[in-house]
Design a protein around this ligand. Structure first.
Ligand SMILES: C[S@@+](CC[C@H](N)C(=O)[O-])C[C@H]1O[C@@H](n2cnc3c(N)ncnc32)[C@H](O)[C@@H]1O
Length: 219
């Protein structure tokens, strides 16, 4: 049965909540098809609802993971974890955020027999709790006023992951071109990377290296 695009007239009026149907989602994702099929490609959806775009990106990435690594458990889990950890969303309404996390989690759990592993599932759940956040994408803050902060997960050696946290506002400020005039706040939170000739954001927190199945230890 087709998924409904509207929950209530009030939610449409108050929050512009009209969900995109699967056919349109896929037509739009096809415009960046190669990126959607790159396992480590990072996607952030700033008004993600219950995840109509994110689930399709994940599905495409998982097709690649399973076709390349579907016969080896440790490889499959490594690349499946990489695919999940590179997907991000912000959503204003808490019920949508929870639905989005659950939907992505369930998709992962049902995707392959290797996903049955408890440590794998626990780590995926933790990553989703850090990557899919309730917040206002315009003010880039959460309901309590604290800045929206995302975790960047990078494999550095084998299964070892480096986590660095960045404020969304700093990430966007760093997108400004070199030579553009930046506000004082922006310039304090970005630094110039000579090798890339661009501004890069400064992490607000760094964590010790962990295996991917241990990242929840840092909270
Ligand atoms: C048009 S719906 C699209 C949802 C989803 N992207 C999709 O295509 O199915 C817009 C979503 O943005 C959320 N939203 C509205 N204002 C927002 C804001 N300032 N920051 C984050 N999310 C917002 C709404 O709650 C709603 O879920």
């Amino acid at each position: 049965m087709a998924k409904t695009q509207i929950k209530s007239r009030k939610r449409v009026q108050d929050h512009g909540e009209v969900f995109t149907n699967e056919r349109e989602v896929n037509a739009m994702l096809d415009m960046v098809k190669a990126e959607t099929e790159r396992i480590e490609s990072r996607f952030l959806e700033p008004a993600c609802g219950d995840g109509n775009f994110l689930i399709e990106v994940l599905r495409r990435k998982f097709d690649v993971v399973t076709s390349k690594y579907g016969s080896n458990k440790s490889d499959w889990q490594h690349y499946a974890w990489l695919a999940v950890s590179s997907i991000y969303g912000v959503e204003l309404l808490e019920d949508n955020t929870c639905a989005c996390r659950e939907r992505l989690y369930k998709f992962v759990c049902d995707s392959h027999p290797f996903a049955v592993d408890g440590l794998f599932r626990e780590s995926v759940r933790f990553v989703l709790s850090k990557n899919i956040l309730t917040g206002d994408a315009l003010t880039m803050s959460q309901a309590d006023g604290t800045p929206t902060t995302f975790a960047e997960w990078s494999f550095v050696r084998g299964d070892r992951v480096k986590r660095r946290d960045y404020q969304l506002a700093h990430l966007l400020a760093a997108n400004a071109k070199v030579g553009e005039q930046l506000g004082l706040f922006d310039s304090l939170n970005t630094e110039y990377d000579e090798s890339r000739n661009e501004l890069v954001p400064k992490a607000v927190r760094e964590y010790p290296l962990r295996n991917w199945w241990e990242v929840a230890q840092d909270g």
